[in-house]
Design a protein around this ligand. Sequence first.
Ligand SMILES: Nc1ncnc2c1ncn2[C@@H]1O[C@H](COP(=O)(O)OP(=O)(O)O)[C@@H](O)[C@H]1O
Ligand SMILES: [Mg+2]
Length: 386
Amino acid sequence: MSTAWIDRQVLVTVGTGGVGKTTVAAALGLLGAAAGKRTLVVTIDPARRLADALGTGPLDHEPRPVPQAALAAAGVRARGALFATMLDTQRTFDDLVRRYAPDDETRERVFANPIYQHLTDALAGSREYSAMEQLHRLHGQGEWDLIVLDTPPAQHALDFLDAPRRLSGFLESQLLRVLLRPALAVGRRGFRLFRSGSQFALRVIERVTGLEFLRAISEFLFAFESMLGGFSERARAVETLLRDERTGFVLVVGPDAVQVRRAHEFWDRLARERIHLVGAVQNRVRRWPAREGPPSHDSAAQDEACVALRKALETVGAGGEADRMARELARMAARYASLAARDLALRRELSRALPVGEAEVRTIPLFAEDVHALEGLRRMAEALAR
Ligand SMILES: Nc1ncnc2c1ncn2[C@@H]1O[C@H](COP(=O)(O)OP(=O)(O)O)[C@@H](O)[C@H]1O
Ligand SMILES: [Mg+2]
C-alpha cells in the first residue's frame, strides 16, 4: 500500500466543500505512516466521528499520536508513525501576536480588543491564513517527513489560495486607513466630529454601530500596525513553502460534472502560481462491478435481466412478489449503470484535463457508509495507492 504522492514533504488537499478533502487528507496520512514516514495530518474540520476514530483523544493545536494499536487493529502495518492535529484559528493568531508584538503593552491591548477577539470569525480568509501559518510553524519544527494539510471548506477550490492574500491585503490596505482616518483619530485624542460630506458614510456607520465600534477598530489598527510586517513576512515564507518542489497539491472532486470541468481552471491557476500539482482524486465514484463496465441503456437487455432475476427470486421463495421485485431491481441496476457510466466518462474527462506527464487521477469508490473509522480510512488509502 503505497503511492509516489507521499514522496513529497508537504501535501495539500484542496477542493470545494464536502467533496472529502478532510477524509482524503487522513487517508494520505495513513499511506505516509504505512510507508515508514513520520507523518502529520493537519485537519481543519474533521467530522466528529473521524476525530474519535483516530484515537488521539481530543484533537487540538498540538500534534497527537494515533496509537499504533489502533492502526494495527484496522489492518495498517505502520512502519512509521501517524500524528494528527486540528487547526485552532484563535490560538494560531494569538501565537502570532505573542511573537510579533513589540512590547507587552501592545500585546495586551490587542488581546483585550473586541475587534481582535472577533477577528477570527469576522474576517474572511482568517482560517485560511492560519492554516498556512500552522503549516509554516509545524514544517519549521523539522520533525516531520510528511505533512498533509487539509484546507477549509470553500465554495471554490481556489479560494484557499486567494484568502490569505485577501486578508493580509485587507489588514495592510491603504483604503482601510483612509476610510478610517477620522476614526483613527479617536485613539489619539478623542473623537473628532466629522465635517466633510465625504465622511457621511462613516457618520452613518457610527450611528448604526455606535461609537464604541469605531473606537475599537481604531485602537485595533493602531496596536496591530506594529505587527503587520511580521505577518506579511510569514505569509511570504508560506508562499515559498507552497511553491517548493517538495510540496504537492491534490485536487479532490466529487462525481460532479461542474467540478470536473473546473479542474482546467485549477491547473492553469496552479501553473501560474508555480505550484506543483501531484494529481486529482475523484471521490465517491460509482463503479460497475463487472470488468466490461456498465452496459449502455438497452431495454431488450433489461427485459432479459428481469426474466433471469424473476427466476432467481422464485427459487428463493419470493412467490407472487417475484415479478414486482425483479422489475424494481432491474430498474435500480439500470439507474446505477447509468451513474457508473457517467462517473467513468467524468474520470476520462478529468484525466484529459490534467497536465500531460505529471499528475494523475486516482478514484475512490462511494462507500456504503461514511468513512469514520480507521478501517474505512484504510480502504480509502488502498484505493489511493498504486
Ligand atoms: N468515498 C466516500 N464514500 C462514502 N462517504 C464518504 C466518502 N468520502 C467522504 N465521505 C464522507 O463524506 C463526509 C464529508 O467528507 P469530508 O472529508 O469531511 O469532506 P470535506 O472535508 O471536503 O468537507 C464525511 O462524513 C465522510 O465520511
Ligand atoms: Mg473538511
